[in-house]
Design a protein around this ligand. Structure first.
Ligand code: VG1
Ligand code: CO
Length: 543
């Protein structure tokens, strides 16, 4: 068996988006498609000779094949060692933790995250740097550059080791270590949260349902919630990862996790509910008959984090993505914490965490996490909520009500218009960009535009600048809409319209979010002309 060098030609369109390269699985199955991108990762980071990499994915269709290819390519490129989750499985947060725990040179994570899986659905791949976080733009740009010039890749001719057996073996001169995907991650959670208090909560008949959506978090949820915390068997549902997620769309929001929503809104529903996505980095939190918007979840966590042992010294600072509501800013202000606003995508939080400037980060897209790793972390957020409930003795609805009474409520919603023909989406998007300068002072649906701009981010740590990170239209203090194009979809263009309105009147904190946002929704549509350009008046998904 030897190292083989294969002739190839560059393939168009291998540009990483918000979180890695995502395409239909069938595209990844085309000759050289995966190999070209993997070799471009290796070349883009200066080679992998002598390096150690973590490799694993969310178990979706093509995960197993891709893991074996990556191992054979890493061996042929001279890597010293690969650490692989058993069965090729690792949740994104667990992969981030392993990269840090073993101080490796980074890792490759296979996932299209919240996108559906299966032979006709999506696949994805991304590189994480030695800090455990998604590669920053400078690195993904170098990888993309390489995909445009690549003409050969290297691959070991022999078979990759069986990833089902935990233990050590060799592939050529590369050591391969197959590890339990769950235990190190579960151990880390025990160091952060008061497992005793949460165990007591379950012992006291607190009821919960965790919907793993047939994706990666099933084994993690069972080990942590049922085995270590004593929640009854059956607390975790859809708990066995399947290559096609059993037909579920593993995106934890009220639309796609509707089974959980029905359970939680039933008269005799559980006290607490949660769901996670394909690769385990997202979370949805639901109380009995009470949905928590991700932006509010971030704010409640910021306000209460010190009840958890891992955060008892207080948070250094907080950060949120620009389209996320300003609810957490209000908490930061009252606690006198630094608060940062970054572009969409977890990669932008990495520098702030590495530099010790922030400990808690969040996105409106059901992503929450801390500096314990460098990815958002679904189960972490669930355990944080359980810890807060155990420590305060208050349920989800009580916590939310008390929070709004203290800080006011940032009514919030995201409307997604999915798979629009690209030219039509461009009409809406470019139309708003062109119109922005003239909007100030104009009145729409009774709201006066006070500012309009396109968000750019200056990274305070490395000085890099990221332009064109979303169009904003502000209507005075706390009311705005934001328009972005999705960077994770694989069909046409998806427009995301983010809507927010601050309410401080104590008598008006209990409205339905869509009703409270009706004016800003109407104003946004009047400005955007969405229906005229795309024929769409209603979003496909509302969160
Ligand atoms: C979406 C979310 C973004 C998130 C990204 C990756 O990106 O809006 O907040 O970081 O997905 O999450 P976009 O470009 O489609 O809006 V995951 O769980 O898919 O890795
Ligand atoms: Co995800």
């Amino acid at each position: 068996m030897t190292r083989k060098t294969v002739q190839t030609a560059s393939i168009d369109g291998q540009k990483p988006g918000t979180s890695g390269l995502r395409k239909k699985a069938r595209v990844f199955m085309e000759p050289h498609y995966l190999e070209n991108f993997v070799q471009s990762i290796f070349d883009g980071i200066g080679g992998v000779a002598g390096k150690t990499l973590v490799v694993g994915g969310d178990g979706r269709f093509h995960n197993d094949v891709a893991v074996r290819t990556i191992l054979r390519m890493a061996a042929a490129n001279g890597a010293a060692k690969a650490i692989v989750g058993q069965g090729g499985l690792l949740s994104t947060p667990a992969a981030s933790h392993l990269i840090r725990l073993h101080e490796t040179d980074g890792g490759i994570i296979l996932s299209a995250s919240h996108n559906p899986g299966g032979i006709d659905e999506d696949f994805g791949i991304k590189f994480n740097t030695p800090n455990g976080g998604p590669a920053p733009e400078a690195v993904t740009d170098a990888i993309f550059e390489r995909t445009t010039t690549i003409d050969t890749y290297h691959i070991w001719e022999g078979d990759a080791p069986d990833t089902d057996q935990i233990g050590d073996s060799m592939l050529g001169e590369m050591a391969v270590r197959i590890v339990d995907p769950v235990s190190d991650y579960a151990d880390l959670m025990e160091t952060l949260f008061d497992f005793g208090a949460i165990r007591a909560l379950f012992a006291d008949n607190f009821t919960m349902q965790f919907d793993a959506m047939n994706a990666i978090t099933g084994p993690y949820g069972r080990e942590i919630l049922e085995n270590r915390l004593g929640a009854p068997k059956g607390t975790v549902v859809h708990g066995t990862p399947q290559p096609d997620f059993g037909g579920m769309h593993p995106d934890p929001n009220p639309t796609w996790a509707h089974e959980l929503m029905e359970t939680m809104f039933a008269e005799d529903g559980p006290d607490f509910g949660a769901a996670s996505d394909g690769d385990g980095d997202r979370n949805m939190i639901v109380g009995h008959q009470c949905y928590v918007s991700p932006s509010d979840s971030l704010a409640v966590i910021a306000a209460h984090a010190t009840v958890a042992p891992g955060y008892k010294e207080g948070l250094t600072g907080v950060a949120r993505s620009m389209p996320t509501s300003a609810a957490v800013d209000r908490v930061a202000k009252s606690l006198d914490l630094p608060c940062f606003e970054t572009p969409t995508g977890w990669k932008f939080f990495g520098n702030l965490m590495d530099d010790g400037q922030v400990a808690l980060c969040g996105e409106e897209s059901f992503g929450t996490g801390s500096d314990h790793i460098r990815e958002k972390d679904g189960l972490w957020a669930v355990l944080m909520w359980l810890n807060i409930i155990a420590a305060t003795g208050q349920g989800v609805a009580e916590l939310l009500k008390a929070h709004w009474a203290l800080y006011g409520r940032n009514y919030y919603s995201r409307h997604d218009f999915e798979a629009i023909p690209t030219e039509q989406a461009d009409i809406v998007f470019d139309g708003l960009r062109d119109k922005q300068a003239g909007l100030v002072g104009q009145v729409y649906a009774g709201l006066t535009v006070t500012a309009a701009d396109e968000f750019s981010y200056n990274d305070p740590v490395d000085g890099s600048v990221s332009h064109q990170q979303g169009l904003r239209v502000m209507f005075g203090d706390g009311t705005r809409f934001v328009l972005r194009k999705s960077g994770t979809g694989t069909t046409g263009a998806t427009l995301r319209l983010y809507l927010e309105a601050l309410e401080e009147d104590p008598a008006k904190l209990d409205q339905d979010a869509q009703a409270a946002l009706a004016d800003v929704i109407a104003a946004a549509h009047a400005i955007l002309g969405m229906e005229a350009a795309t024929g769409r008046s209603k979003p496909d998904v509302i969160t």
